[in-house]
Ligand binder design. Structure first.
Ligand SMILES: Nc1nc2c(ncn2[C@@H]2O[C@H](COP(=O)(O)OP(=O)(O)O)[C@@H](O)[C@H]2O)c(=O)[nH]1
Ligand SMILES: [Mg+2]
Length: 342
């Protein structure tokens, strides 16, 4: 007989004090935003990098709109497309371009792109920048480009690729597995001679205000907000499981966690995972399974794409397509109410 499993249709954020648990805006981000604003008069183009799995979450179109007001080229690279659901790649571009017609969107995977593709992509980006009117900077022969975006989306990977491509130097920029590695605006790097083009990395910048619980948890799952409290990992893992069920990825986690049926019970899943991965801990004079360690492992695997290619913002793209939202900044709260997220 076929096993019927019912899944939660919404995640219970109300019983957790998630806002108190997440520290998402460290001091250097405030400085990073200020630095970015101050350097703008000397900038000819902005390349924003974002994670293709979250085309909505973590992006702050209003910040860029305020910053450049359509006067400078704004190119958005949706990176990590190797881990996003292929069915949602084009939908993500459409979603962003409907919201921000001035933004040029390209999609890539910076860890798998080859030299030829990278040269072509950058040539295309450069063309967009060089062809835009430069107003007060039109007398300058050089071009300055700033790379920005939230932590852990691939900004340093992008700059490293360009360095390798154009100046044939091995990578100097630190590429971090933990978010927020670049803390200040980096030195500018010349990446082209004709025309002279300089590029700079900026520290990962997030909005000072959390928009919604869903959005914050998606940033935790993609490692743009670090998990600072170990005990929070169980809840994040539970949210991850909730999304995997919602997006039909049961087979993938069942296989990895050696479960014989899908589950909505995170403890059952973590227990199985703890057994397979030998996550144990000493409790007094006894040894038992370490579910928090298993939860961290599960979240990490989810972020690495072990459970298949996922677009975490799939529900937002679907709702937009079905015309349920007239405004992309709307979010459904736990009580089912529609709220504006900015
Ligand atoms: N799967 C995958 N991983 C990527 C891609 N681009 C970057 N990464 C990884 O994402 C992590 C963060 O990259 P990093 O360049 O340091 O991000 P930054 O914080 O924005 O500078 C690193 O572990 C990279 O190897 C990509 O296209 N696909
Ligand atoms: Mg970096």
């Amino acid at each position: 007989m076929r096993q019927l499993t019912t899944f939660r249709n919404q995640f219970d954020f109300q019983s957790i004090r998630w806002k108190d648990m997440i520290r998402w805006f460290p001091g250097h981000m405030h400085k990073g935003m200020k630095d970015l604003e101050q350097s703008l008069p000397r900038v000819d183009g902005i390349i924003e990098i974002h994670d293709a799995r979250i085309p909505h979450s973590g992006r702050n179109p209003q910040f860029y709109q305020r910053l450049i007001a359509g006067h400078k080229p704004h190119i958005l690279i949706l990176n990590k497309s190797d881990m996003a659901d292929p069915k949602y790649l084009n939908k993500s571009i459409e979603y962003i371009q409907t919201e921000q017609p001035n933004v040029q969107v390209v999609q890539t995977s910076l860890t798998s792109i080859d030299l030829k593709e990278m040269t072509k992509m950058f040539g295309h980006l450069l063309q967009q920048i060089v062809e835009m009117p430069r107003y007060s900077r039109s007398s300058k022969s050089e071009y300055n480009i700033i790379v920005c975006g939230i932590p852990n989306v691939g900004k340093s990977t992008f700059i490293n690729k360009l360095r390798n491509l154009f100046i044939n130097k091995s990578s100097c920029e630190q590429v971090g597995a933990s978010p927020g590695v670049t803390r200040t605006m980096s030195e500018k790097v010349k990446i082209s001679n004709r025309p002279k083009v300089y590029i700079r990395d900026s520290p990962g910048i997030l909005e000072p205000r959390l928009k919604s619980a869903d959005e914050s948890f998606r940033l935790l799952l993609t490692n743009s907000i670090p998990i600072q409290q170990r005990q929070l990992s169980d809840i994040i893992a539970d949210y991850g499981l909730f999304l995997l069920n919602k997006y039909g990825k049961q087979q993938e986690y069942m296989k990895y966690c050696e479960l014989d049926r899908p589950t909505d019970d995170i403890v059952a899943l973590l227990l199985s995972l703890a057994k397979i991965k030998h996550c144990t801990q000493t409790y007094g004079d006894k040894r038992g399974y370490d579910l928090t360690g298993a939860a961290l492992h599960f979240v990490n695997e989810l972020n690495k794409g072990t459970f298949g290619r996922i677009t975490f913002d799939q529900d937002i793209l679907d709702a937009r397509e079905e015309g349920k939202f007239s405004d992309a900044t709307l979010f459904k709260t736990n009580s089912g109410q529609m709220r504006k997220s900015i």
